[in-house]
Write a protein that binds this ligand. Structure first.
Ligand SMILES: Cc1cc2nc3c(=O)[nH]c(=O)nc-3n(C[C@H](O)[C@H](O)[C@H](O)COP(=O)(O)OP(=O)(O)OC[C@H]3O[C@@H](n4cnc5c(N)ncnc54)[C@H](O)[C@@H]3O)c2cc1C
Length: 473
């Protein structure tokens, strides 16, 4: 292995190969996942600065039979970006490759390197007068390469789609260490199989994404946020329908938050003033992006809310009066996972269900869980506009969360995922499979689809050196 380390040092420079040989070097930032559910041990953390270096690193590892774990911001939630505990895997960190290579205003595209932090990308786009709409709570640390590798979703999917829909082209280093330059800015290109779509969402198992060409949009003239209390989840779904009709393409965000989820924010972050939560089972956060003016956006919002009040779909509502107020409302929504973490370890489910079936799914599954595990507390929130719920299960009050997880996680997962399957949903809406769900996937994925996925993996990475044990076993 010393030979490989020397070769890697020769490729990227000795300072960019970090190993445990130097006791002063702390590798935990690369070896432990964001939720602290797994801590591995790497043979080395390698930090290339250019695509050619990535290709040479992959070639050297392939020749030595050493597997590679690609890593971006390490904010993934399914344990896909950290090494196993064998001490034999190389973590390939892309964070030094963070340049914006080009912005093409007429083509409405920007080409960026994989390690570019999402927030930086948004800021650079805005500076040039454009909107890059991918947005998620981890945007200050996650990278566009990680976003594409996980096909990240976030809060604007209802209008702009997932990372996949925002991507026009990719540059990828294959498992053989070859560079595929697919950095196309084309919106139409029917020349055979869509390789880009194959790598998007592949979680580092088929190739290493080194750069991407992403879509840009005109900046909206105004963006307004409203917070509405609704009497039920059925009402929230009806409000979504009304919002689609009234706002059309202006509807850029539609988030739902259950009462218990909001109570955790109010309890753990009392400085945040959470509106309307105490007397209503659910609240909804809506965003209207308008290409005309703030007055136009406000008028549209008022008409929507009037109709919703009249039909009993909304019980109470506030419209943010300033950008600052709008940010404060979004901050409440984004604080739910942190408030939940403050409350203690919990069982997370990132699921999607057809929007129309969500109320029935929740009614049935809430009751089922209460019957099976008395006293469990449900932290239900998410991107209702995309049919994506974070349907999380917190230990009953007074029960040690770690014990709860140890004793109940498998059973609770089964109960929830069986329900998801009954309602034609997916057991992973936006976080991916990683190693956390790799054993669960075969129970719920169509067997033909699973066999096709395995054929693709064998064809593209016959040596199984790219992120083995993730997505597929
Ligand atoms: C507070 C918080 C909120 C979040 N909210 C959302 C949300 O709303 N929506 C959502 O979808 N996700 C969300 N996530 C999950 C996470 O942020 C996303 O999955 C993100 O896209 C991961 O990016 P990353 O750069 O951190 O990737 P990493 O965590 O480093 O890696 C994730 C996966 O991608 C692979 N990978 C990383 N870079 C590359 C590359 N260049 N080439 C090939 N493979 C690569 C890794 O091997 C791993 O399998 C959230 C996470 C946190 C902590």
């Amino acid at each position: 292995m010393n030979d490989l380390i020397k070769i890697l040092q020769g490729i990227v420079g000795a300072g960019q190969v970090l190993t445990h040989d130097d006791p002063a070097t702390d590798l935990s930032a690369w070896e432990q996942d964001w939720r602290k559910r797994a801590t591995g041990r790497a043979l080395a953390v390698v930090r290339p600065g250019r695509t050619a270096e990535v290709a040479a690193v992959v070639k050297a590892c392939a020749a030595a039979g050493v597997s590679i774990v690609p890593q971006g911001g390490n904010t993934g939630l399914v344990v896909g970006s950290v090494p196993d505990d064998s001490g034999s895997q190389v973590v390939l960190s892309l964070t030094r490759m963070n340049a914006v290579r080009a912005i093409d205003g007429d083509n409405l595209t920007m080409t960026v390197e994989a390690g570019c932090v999402l927030q930086v990308l948004q800021e650079q786009a805005e500076k040039a007068g454009y909107l890059f709409p991918l947005s998620l709570a981890a945007e200050g640390s996650c990278t566009i390469g990680g976003n594409l590798a996980t096909n990240a979703g976030g809060t604007q999917v209802v209008r702009y789609g997932n990372a996949r829909e925002l991507c026009l082209g990719l540059e990828v280093v294959t498992a053989q260490g070859e560079v595929w330059n697919g950095l196309s800015g084309l919106r139409k290109d029917n020349t055979g199989y869509d390789l880009r779509d194959l790598f998007v969402g592949s979680e580092g198992t088929l190739g290493v994404i080194t750069a991407a060409t992403m879509k840009l949009y005109p900046l909206p003239a105004a963006q307004l946020t409203a917070w509405a209390a609704v009497p039920s989840l059925e009402a929230a779904v009806q409000l979504l329908g009304l919002a689609h009709r009234h706002l059309g393409a202006g509807l850029t965000g539609f988030e739902v938050m259950g009462q218990f989820a909001l109570s955790l924010v109010a309890q753990h972050f009392p400085q945040q003033r959470v509106p309307l939560w105490a007397d209503h089972p659910y609240c909804v956060l809506l965003e209207n992006s308008d290409s005309e003016s703030e007055d136009h956006a406000r008028g549209q919002f008022e008409r929507l809310l009037e109709t919703a009040f009249e039909s009993g779909v909304v019980s109470d509502a506030v419209v943010a009066e300033s950008l600052q107020q709008a940010h404060a409302l979004w901050h409440i929504r984004e604080s739910i996972p942190l408030a939940q973490a403050e409350e203690g370890l919990n069982i997370k489910h990132d699921i999607s269900i057809p929007v129309s079936k969500i109320p029935a799914f929740c009614a049935e599954t809430d009751a089922l869980l209460q019957r099976e595990v008395a006293g469990v507390r449900l932290v239900n929130f998410g991107h209702l506009g995309d049919g994506n719920l974070h349907y999380n299960v917190q230990a009953p009050e007074g029960i040690d969360p770690a014990t709860f997880l140890r004793e109940q996680e498998e059973r609770v997962n089964h109960l929830v995922f069986d329900q998801v399957a009954r309602f034609d949903g997916s057991i992973s809406a936006e976080h991916g499979v990683g190693s956390l769900k790799v054993d669960t996937l075969p129970q719920y994925k169509d067997p033909v689809a699973l066999a096709l996925m395995k054929s693709l993996k064998r064809a593209l990475d016959p040596q199984n050196i790219l992120n083995p044990g993730r997505v597929l076993n």
